[in-house]
Ligand binder design. Structure first.
Ligand code: ADP
Ligand code: MG
Ligand code: MG
Length: 877
């Protein structure tokens, strides 16, 4: 028969699946001989069973009774006893911490009779009645869904009748009246009396904690944190201890190191004569842990030694909660503590120094996401005014700008702006693109504003619901700001400041840039150390997407060992547009050749710069990819210009010619139209010019004694025949340029057909690079330029996916195509180099996937290179 209940003495910290995190850690502390109030854990399996059948699993109640009996023996108290009752807490505790998401019920076992017993035993009648009214409130809310406001309004009424300001001032008699009122509220909503039988209280509470797993907020939290929905929660039943039994009692929340900076030394808050919830809720002022040394030296000493033992056991920063009851210390909770990104790096390196963990383990204690957060600029909070309000931190960064209230104003603005809206919708997209940051008063982390901002890498604070946005003003806390007023938003903390707060560049970025040394700085030294180790263990190389010498040089400082994607279309912008127009409009070969000849030296110079910045390292140059009409003025603009000229009786001249060309080249689905390799096959001389520019640039550098290593990458190939045609032409040109080093020719894999026929394509391709943006777009059939704003927020809420597939690779679908292509490509050509370019290359979860898929490198924007390096190292340990 399955066993559903484990005494604390029977479990240990490795049983999180079965006992939940809290239960496993209570068991571990019990095994270590630490003072944990006696108790037991009902398993997650029992919860899953209950949620499936709607009934307590068979045998569970009997097991609970047996374990309860043991507790009674140990505490010499009896559950439900009228004179000296054993009181219990029933606490949820899932495998992954879900702070405040599920339920805890305290003081179970109190009833009309035992409340008097507790009062006598504790010599404190008021305390007993206060505990009783709390039980009815918590139990009513949790087990019978009695609206919390009903109790709150009774409590407020009691205060006002008594003429006092705080609950603590209510007398015993007033609390007795309140219990009476609470019971009435309970009866009205639950349709029955508050249960007096303590065992019934216990069993109903256990069921309610099981059900709290499926509470809406808990489900939503798991979706956001990517915690599986089917794990269930364990339930911990333990003896109550009381921190509110006078001046020699109290409660503490503490950390074994500073979770903000990682600094060594215990850190915590002590609240005298109070229950733990009061500390967590922050309703009363706490004192530092150091003060406990004078208040209660014995407990303080004991605490320090317990904290040290916990750190040794968990080999990490621990956060703990304990209660002192009449001078006796009781441990209520411990877990490996949450920490800031900076503290994560500092602590990982410290633990290596202390000989507690290895460098490999240290890499597992930090994440690419944390490093990415450390690389954002931040506000100089010392110089900042108090925040106006705090919203949901939805997309990190620190942005300052003038307030604009609509998309048009944002798009028209000349300086930096912050788009302030109640919420955003797809019509706001142009404004969101133009703005530095986005601030909304509604919606959470999956709102339109949040999803789109994260996709664009813009700062976003959403759901700042204290903001009242009306017309061209925003009001908060009695203060009104107008369009054009400066505002500062912090997407990492959610804080919103009035005015322009000074922005500090990230010291970590300055360190990578070589502007700061790590010496003497705990954070930078830790980052340096872990990056060195990551590079050492990584199997994936990290290249950068860079189009200019300057970008490539920066990427190199950030540790890139090559350029994985140079987008040549960026070399056709600015003044060169004229030449591209000439090329497109050419009606004969001479005209076209003339335009290409004029472009050639410009491209060659671009490549020389790029090869110089990446000397000795591979530079993968992608031949032109976007549809050519992207280089022409937009249809509407031209139509208006021509119409204006005609109205004035003038000759529209060149504009009229351009308009004809734009009309002729118009495509319904440009992303599926004449672009990539198709252009190369249709526009004579275009690819040839680019190949020649690459070869000549390489030849000129090689002749000068440098070591250029270009590679030519053909985009959007779907069939090997396309690539063969381009290759034949390119090889002829390469052979024609004296002094050019050997240049590999390969292809992007970004059309599903290319992935499926990778075995054939590899015959002609010397390397593959996955263009995962297009591959995702074409595999899902999602227009990447439209869908994020249109419906991804809804999709994420519905759980279709937890995160945009353009952000993290969809490993089941798109990833499967990647794996197929790697396998088939290498079957044809075992030494095929395979990489990925596109933003997935800098996304931590995606990097881990590419490592597993056996790629040789990832390529990402220069700024993400350190993140990818760290994740590549982590993936390999
Ligand atoms: P959460 O997971 O939301 O932190 P907990 O199960 O830790 O919920 O319970 C919330 C609070 O209830 C604890 O922080 C602690 O102060 C109090 N508590 C729980 N069990 C006991 C107990 N046996 N004795 C005294 N206080 C308790
Ligand atoms: Mg807790
Ligand atoms: Mg592409």
């Amino acid at each position: 028969m399955t066993r559903y209940v484990y005494d604390f003495i029977e479990g240990n910290k490795d049983l999180k699946d079965l006992l939940g995190g809290k239960g496993a850690n209570l068991a571990e502390m019990t095994r270590m001989g630490l003072p944990v109030p006696p108790g037991f854990t009902v398993t997650t399996e029992a919860c899953r069973d209950y949620l499936r059948t709607g009934m307590m699993p068979e045998g569970l109640l009997g097991e609970v009774e047996r374990h309860l009996h043991l507790m009674q023996t140990r505490t010499s108290k009896t559950f439900g006893d009228a004179d000296d009752p054993l009181l219990l807490s029933v606490r949820s505790g899932a495998k992954f911490s879900m702070p405040g998401m599920m339920e805890t019920i305290l003081d179970i076992g109190l009833n009309d009779a035992s409340v008097a017993g507790l009062g006598r035993q504790s010599n404190d009648e008021r305390f007993a009645w206060d505990s009783y009214r709390r039980l009815i409130q918590m139990f009513g809310k949790t087990v019978f869904d009695v609206p919390g406001e009903e109790f709150e309004s009774e409590l407020a009424a009691a205060r006002s009748t008594a003429g006092v300001r705080t609950d603590a001032e209510l007398s015993t008699a007033q609390l007795q009246d309140l219990v009476y009122a609470y019971k009435r509220v309970f009866r009205e909503h639950a349709g029955r009396d508050f249960p007096q039988a303590s065992h019934e209280q216990l069993f109903l509470s256990i069921g309610a904690v099981f059900r709290s797993w499926n509470a809406e907020r808990a489900t939503l939290y798991r979706r956001q944190e990517r915690i599986p929905q089917d794990l269930g929660t364990a339930v911990n039943v333990m003896a109550m201890v009381f921190g509110n039994r006078g001046e020699d009692s109290g409660s503490v929340v503490a950390f074994t190191r500073d979770p903000a900076t990682g600094r060594r030394g215990v850190y915590g808050d002590y609240l005298r004569n109070a229950q733990g919830e009061d500390v967590v809720a922050g309703i009363r002022n706490t004192v530092g842990l150091a003060d406990l040394a004078t208040i209660d030296p014995a407990s303080h000493t004991q605490l320090l030694s317990i904290m040290q033992r916990l750190e040794q056991r968990y080999r990490d920063l621990c956060d703990i909660e304990f209660t002192i009851e009449n001078g006796k210390l009781w441990m209520l909770q411990t877990r490996v503590g949450k920490r800031t990104p900076a503290a994560a790096f500092v602590i990982a390196a410290q633990l290596v120094d202390e000989g507690t963990i290895t460098l490999d383990e240290a890499l597992q204690r930090v994440t690419g996401e944390q490093l990415a957060l450390l690389m954002f600029p931040s506000f100089d909070t010392a110089a900042a005014p108090p925040p106006l309000t705090i919203g949901v931190p939805a997309s990190p960064g620190a942005s300052v700008g003038a307030i604009v209230f609509d998309s048009a104003a944002a798009a028209a603005a000349t300086g930096p702006v912050i788009l302030v809206r109640r919420e955003t919708n797809p019509d706001d997209l142009p404004g969101m693109i133009a703005a530095q940051g986005i601030l909304t008063s509604r919606g959470g982390k999956t709102s339109h504003a949040a999803v789109v901002a994260r996709g664009m890498g813009k700062t976003c604070v959403c759901g700042a619901d204290e903001l009242v946005i009306e017309g061209d003003t925003v009001t908060v806390g009695g203060r009104t700001l107008h369009a054009g007023d400066a505002i500062s938003i912090d997407g990492t903390s959610g804080k919103v400041y009035p005015g322009s707060v000074a922005v500090r560049p990230s010291p970590v970025v300055r360190f990578f840039e070589g502007e700061l040394t790590a010496h003497g700085d705990p954070l930078l030294s830790a980052v340096q150390r872990l990056m060195i180790h990551a590079d050492h263990t990584a199997r994936l190389d990290v290249h950068a997407n860079a189009d200019t010498g300057a970008d490539a040089a920066r990427a190199r400082r950030f540790g890139a060992t090559g350029v994985g994607l140079c987008r040549t279309e960026h070399m056709f912008l600015g003044e060169r547009r004229q030449l591209v127009e000439r090329l497109i409009l050419a009606d004969d070969d001479d005209e076209r050749d003339g335009a290409l000849a004029a472009l050639l030296p410009l491209q060659r110079a671009d490549f020389e710069e790029l090869f110089a910045a990446m000397d000795g390292l591979p530079v993968t140059v992608r031949l032109i990819d976007p549809p050519l009409h992207e280089f022409l003025p937009p249809l509407e603009e031209l139509t208006a210009r021509v119409a204006r000229a005609e109205a004035l009786g003038e000759d529209a001249g060149r504009d009229a010619t351009l308009l004809t060309a734009v009309r002729r080249m118009h495509e319904q689905n440009p992303m599926l139209g004449l672009r990539g390799v198709r252009l190369g096959l249709v526009i004579p001389g275009l690819f040839a010019m680019q190949v020649r520019a690459i070869a000549e640039a390489a030849a000129s550098r090689a002749t000068a004694g440098a070591d250029p290593r270009p590679e030519i990458m053909v985009p959007l190939v779907g069939a090997v025949q396309e690539l063969e045609t381009v290759r034949a032409e390119a090889e002829a040109i390469l052979a024609d340029v004296p002094g050019a080093p050997p240049i590999l020719i390969g292809t992007m894999i970004e059309v599903p057909r290319a992935a499926l026929t990778a075995g054939q394509i590899a015959v002609s391709a010397e390397f593959f690079s996955f263009g995962t943006n297009d591959l995702t777009q074409m595999t899902w059939g999602f227009s990447r330029d439209d869908v994020e704003g249109a419906f991804f927020g809804r999709y994420i809420q519905l759980g279709v996916f937890a995160v945009s597939p353009f952000e993290t690779i969809d490993s089941d679908g798109v990833g499967e195509l990647v794996s197929i292509a790697v396998e088939r490509g290498r079957a044809t050509r075992p030494d095929l180099t395979v990489g990925v370019c596109g933003e997935h290359g800098g996304d931590p979860a995606s990097v881990r996937f590419f490592h597993t898929a056996g790629l040789d490198y990832v390529s990402c924007s220069p700024f993400r290179v350190p993140v990818a390096r760290l994740e590549a190292g982590r993936a390999a340990t």
